[in-house]
Design a protein around this ligand. Sequence first.
Ligand code: FES
Length: 102
Amino acid sequence: MINLTIEDREGRRAPVEIPEGISLSLMEVLKASEYDVLATCGGMALCATCHVQVLEGPDQFFTATDTELDMLDTLPDAGPHSRLACQIHISEEMDGMVFKLR
Ligand code: FES
């Protein structure tokens, strides 16, 4: 299992367990876990409604890709550890990570 901790917009933290070997984005996992993530573009990095902030995890997950930065730049509340959840593909290296919904 890959164990994540998700902090919602009210600051409540809850665990999310993901089976290893599945091919999903973090956005899809959040939606499947009934978090309020609109994801209106369906994961194309075009809407920024899947904005999350990385709070804990391996270094490589803290840096957004260029595609993400184009969208994140349009958000007033994006910060240095902001990512688009649809552009984060679930992998075993993510075990133990903490994300905050924005
Ligand atoms: S779902 Fe639209 S940017 Fe991620």
